[in-house]
Design a binder for this molecule. Structure first.
Ligand SMILES: *Cc1c(COP(=O)(O)O)cnc(C)c1O
Length: 500
């Protein structure tokens, strides 16, 4: 700060929106956060009843109610809000924020502004990216960018792959588009996340341009089938864009043999993209590292801090080995109003406004974006590597406990051995039954869990069998919920089977 600059005197603006009294107004909201966190008493969670929040669904207010009234309305919304943070929520791969990331998120909105300019949140964006890469065991020197989540990261990783694939054929797709008549192909296992297909759709490859490679009994991509599929396509003049390896399938938690998949991709000169949106964080735990062998040889990786790191939603990350490819794929190009306003990145800044301090606008889909790195930095600062390992190992232990209980109980069946923190199992009545009847029975067990209890797993299909599927990533889940899940499934299964 130059001594000769003087701050103008603070005057109350003619603007009705409040911009000061933050402590007072945040403080007014804070008790509703604690009531929210406490509000997970046993019993199902009531559906939202329209009218609980003042003005919900009401007309556009002509006169505002002022800060206190608005904050109080937000507080009511908090208390009637989403219960995905509750300990018994075990559905999909999603959970709410713990306290420190929530506070960091608020801080980033108050003081982080953009992720650009030389200011603390910009530095923490870099630190968050570096710590996350190290946590996940990525090689040194990778380039990362935060995104809004896995959907966007998928598009970024595969977009970079498409750029590289066509550059090898002498075409800069980022500049000139996909050459007419060229068909690209993405290879992913039949249980890959559907965001792979959407990325294919957006990238001009098409959802149909994603080849489904069969999996083995452990849910892992068949390397032989992958090899044959790529070879056949090359013979037919199709352009292989990327192989997507799963580092944690959303349905089952299965991890592909990344080393063997990578070997096939390399042999065909194809990009290897690792979808670790859910599972990559598990590579932090030495006890699980064997699952991820070969990870360091990939070309791109994605991980969602908003899953296992419980940062609150809207935080994904993608990393690439070759920064240039990502930039050539996603650069927005020079804009008169942007570049001219700053010194080049290499110039040592004196004021925080001297350089733009980050290339992310040219390496992602977003120009304006919040500094999500501060949220990742904050949770890693709070619990450290050890805290992440403890969380991951605890959750993997929960999935193992469900699997053990299912294997031990005469009327439960484990449908796949868990590799990470997802367990797929079902109830099977004494004497078995028709496949469709057993599927329907388990569907009704799941419905009773949802309606009558505080234990909320979701479901999937394993080899055509309806699976009850708890996924453990929620920091607040304990052994109590794990035991309750097993008890309820057996009790509801027995009751429903007795009724026939
Ligand atoms: C969740 C998930 C995605 C999509 O991520 P979003 O953050 O929900 O957009 C992609 N791949 C896998 C394996 C996932 O689990």
């Amino acid at each position: 700060m130059n001594e000769h600059t003087t701050e103008p005197p603070v005057r109350l603006p003619a603007e009705p929106a409040e911009t000061v009294r933050m402590a007072e107004l945040f403080g007014r909201l804070a008790p509703s956060f604690d009531r929210y966190a406490d509000g997970h008493a046993a019993g199902s969670f009531p559906a939202y009843v329209h009218g609980a929040v003042p003005d919900d669904g009401g007309p556009l207010p002509v006169s505002g109610v002022g800060p206190e009234g608005a904050i109080d309305g937000v507080g009511v919304a908090v208390e009637h809000g989403s219960r995905i943070s509750a300990p018994g929520w075990l559905s999909f791969v999603t959970t709410g924020a713990t306290t420190v990331p929530a506070a960091a998120f608020a801080a980033s909105i108050v003081a982080g502004g953009q992720r650009y300019l030389h200011q603390s949140f910009n530095t923490l964006e870099y630190t968050g990216l570096r710590w996350l890469a190290e946590l996940c065991g990525l090689p040194e020197g990778v380039t990362g960018v935060f995104s809004s989540g896995g959907s966007t990261s998928q598009l970024l990783g595969l977009g970079a792959a498409r750029q590289a694939a066509f550059e090898r054929r002498g075409v800069n797709v980022g500049e000139h588009g996909v050459p007419v008549g060229e068909q690209g192909r993405i290879y992913a296992s039949e249980v890959a996340h559907r965001t792979v297909h959407r990325a294919g759709a957006v990238l001009g490859i098409g959802r149909q341009g994603v080849r489904a490679i069969p999996v083995d009994g452990d849910g892992r991509m068949s390397v032989e089938a992958l090899d044959a599929a790529i070879a056949a396509d090359i013979r037919d003049g199709i352009v292989p864009i990327a192989v997507v390896a799963n580092a944690g399938v959303t349905d089952t938690g299965a991890v592909d043999r990344i080393d063997r998949v990578g070997e096939v991709a390399r042999r065909h000169g194809t990009w290897l993209h690792v979808d670790g949106a859910y599972g990559l964080v598990a590579n932090a735990a030495p006890s699980l590292r064997h699952l991820f062998a070969g990870l360091e040889d990939a070309d791109s990786w994605m991980v969602d801090p908003h899953k296992w790191l419980a940062t609150g939603l809207g935080i994904g990350a993608v990393y690439v080995r070759d920064e240039g490819v990502l930039t050539r794929a996603f650069a927005e190009g020079e804009a008169a109003y942007l570049e001219g306003s700053f010194a080049p990145l290499e110039v040592r800044p004196v004021s925080q406004f001297d350089t733009i301090a980050g290339r992310w606008a040219d390496q992602s889909l977003e120009l304006t974006a919040p500094p999500r790195g501060v949220v990742v930095w904050a949770i890693l600062r709070e619990i450290g590597l050890e805290g992440v390992i403890a969380r991951v190992e605890r959750h993997v232990g929960f999935a193992r406990a469900v699997a053990d209980a299912a294997e031990a109980h005469p009327r439960l069946e484990l449908l796949m051995q868990p590799q990470l923190s997802i367990a797929c199992f079902r109830y099977v009545p004494d004497g078995g039954g028709e496949p469709a009847t057993i599927n329907e029975l388990n569907r009704r067990i799941l419905e009773r869990l949802r309606v009558e209890t505080h234990i909320i797993p979701s479901s999937t299909q394993v080899d055509g069998r309806f699976a009850i599927r708890p996924c453990f990533i929620n920091p607040r889940t304990t052994e109590r919920e794990v035991e309750a899940l097993i008890d309820f499934v057996v009790r509801f299964g027995d009751e429903l089977a007795a009724r026939g």
